[in-house]
Design a binder for this molecule. Structure first.
Ligand code: FAD
Length: 317
């Protein structure tokens, strides 16, 4: 019996979200009196054994290089084999794009109960109960899983990365890798200094910025803060910004330490994707803008006056 954590990697590097999942999985294993193991697919350039410092004892590595391109069906089949190899009764994913695609497929395949978007450790005092956000972050649900295999996908920034001592045993897993039915014809890399889903700070703009030509100050502020840029949905819909920057109910759900919303009204559908941010700063010229109700700090003012002043202040720090 073990807790198995899917270690998500991109171009050979383990994603930050997976370090959270590893730390979380190690704690779940401790709660259950068992060990944490990891599974990673494809070519990895990082030292996998070093991931032992996050509490994982063994890492199953399927190094087949056809797994360097993500394919949810193929990955699901391989991870199912890792579940058997690890004799896992709990499987943990990050609730990111890959995790969202694999976890439900794996749950169906293994007839396992699934809680997607967990925000806390399971309560194992009486069964196995997992807490998650519901109704766009307006409420919590505690869901009891009773299936022999339980699957959890963990929301980003819901569990602190805990690094200690130790190395993991790296065990090559000779899994059957079925042929992909997807043909990758081109890869368009997202340029940007910090990937939005992993950013600690996000500077986000809305329709209040009037047009794409005004995003220079958003990018400059983001650059100075080491932040990622994001936007509201209408901004992406009219192609002022690319769609991968759109956050909200129908876009990416993020939980950075600091979210700076500039010229965004704060509609409920937008808040659904950002209300787990640790600190929210709102800049809006309308004092009645709904976003101020969700803000930790608010500046009522014209973005075209306020943001350049913030940029100058940050430059002086
Ligand atoms: P607006 O509502 O037009 O607000 C612009 C804001 O900028 C205003 O508050 C205004 O006071 C302020 N402003 C104007 N000029 C300035 C200035 N010079 N300086 C400072 N402030 C200024 N939206 C999302 O963002 N994400 C989603 O995932 C999403 N999903 C949706 C799903 C559904 C089913 C539906 C129906 C809607 C969804 N929406 C989503 C749209 C959402 O309801 C809002 O329409 C949208 O978030 C508004 O975007 P906005 O705040 O940029 O624009």
């Amino acid at each position: 019996m073990s807790v198995l954590i899917f270690i998500d990697q991109a171009e050979g590097h383990v994603k930050k979200a997976s370090l959270e999942a590893l730390s979380y999985g190690a704690k779940v294993a401790e709660q259950l009196g068992t060990t944490a193991e990891g599974v990673v697919l494809g070519t990895v350039t990082e030292d996998l054994a070093a991931l032992g410092k996050y509490g994982v004892k063994k890492i199953h590595h399927v190094s087949n290089d056809t797994l360097n391109h993500f394919d949810a069906q193929v990955f699901t089949a391989v991870i199912a084999q890792a579940v058997t190899a690890a004799n896992a009764t709990v499987v943990i994913f990050s609730n990111n794009v890959d995790g969202k695609a694999i976890a439900p497929r794996l749950a169906a395949r293994l007839k396992a109960g699934l809680v997607s978007g967990a925000v806390a450790l399971p309560d194992t005092s009486n069964g196995f109960v997992v807490k998650k956000n519901v109704f766009s972050g307006k409420a919590f649900a505690n869901i009891a899983l009773s299936s022999p295999i339980k699957i959890i996908s963990l929301n980003a920034n819901s569990y602190k990365i805990v690094a200690g001592e130790g190395t993991a045993e790296v065990a090559p897993l000779n899994a059957t890798v079925e042929a992909s039915r997807v043909k990758v014809t081109a890869v368009n890399k997202v340029t940007g200094e910090v990937p939005l889903s992993e950013a600690e700070i996000v500077v986000s703009g809305g329709r209040g910025l009037k047009g794409p030509e005004n995003w220079g100050m958003i990018e400059e502020l983001a650059h100075l803060l080491g932040a990622a840029t994001a936007c509201s949905r209408p901004v992406a819909d009219v192609h002022w910004r690319p769609h991968h920057e759109h956050v909200g109910q129908t876009g990416l759900a993020i939980a950075p330490n600091l979210y700076i919303a500039i010229g965004i009204s704060g509609a409920i559908q937008h808040l659904a994707g950002v209300n787990r941010s640790k600190v929210i700063v709102v800049i809006n010229k309308d004092p009645e803008a709904p976003f101020f109700k969700a803000a930790d700090y608010g500046i009522v003012g014209d973005a075209f006056e306020v943001v350049p002043k913030i940029i100058e202040a940050v430059k002086k720090v």
